[in-house]
Design a protein around this ligand. Sequence first.
Ligand code: SIN
Length: 276
Amino acid sequence: MTYQTIEVRKLTPVIGAEIYGVDLSKPLGNQQFQEIHDAWMENLVIFFRDQQLTVDQHLDFGRRFGKLHLHPAAHQPEKNPEILIIKADEKSKHVAGEEWHSDVSCDAEPPMGSLLHLTEVPPDGGGDTMFANMYRAYETLSEPIRKMISGMKAVHDGKHVYERPGYREGAMYPRSEHPMVRTHPVTGRQALFVNRGFTTRIVGLSRNESAAILEMLYRHIEMPELCVRFKWQPNSMACWDNRCAQHHALFDYFPHRRYGHRVTVAGDKPFYRAAA
Ligand code: SIN
């Protein structure tokens, strides 16, 4: 793809690109916004450097992609409930997203995308985020496995993720059934849609069958060849497409601080459409 208003530098042939020539604190013209959107769809996760953003500017950028998503269980800032605070310090035992996952896939309509802006990063490195390409994960399965799982559903449960310190007590934990292979509504491509964080069971299989197949798929998803590893700097922004990418936040920097805000764009109900 060629771009007129932005520069797109791929980080791997499989997933991830850095975008240059954009100031996200300013309103984006239609062509530049469209090119950012196209680069996002093409690369699954895009990164921007040196973006000094206020909360309102971050929210405005998110709203260009659609309605914003409200987290079902996180503590939300009173003034801006669409902001999810991502924070770790010397008291943290865990951090959000410390497992391969697709954000809030337990929702009936899981978020389309997430836009994370970090302002503080650990002083000695660490705190990278890994992203994996779920189109490629699906395409590199053998044909018999692709055939078997296409059209099957799996349960995604929020209870074991959110029923712990750091989340709102007494929140309702979403639980949903989604196709194990989903058709991306923009690109039309098939993506593997089960994740270690939220997916608990394949519908219609025995417990043993389900556990064995899910474990095989999780190992496949975690192959390094499907991944990019992003090194944050203060004021970096990462935008990932939850419909076709999974991510994993590395917690290797205790007791240092890492801080930022995530704005999450609402999505729609996952569906599977067999290729014509
Ligand atoms: C998340 O949104 O899952 C956290 C990602 C990160 O902190 O890198």
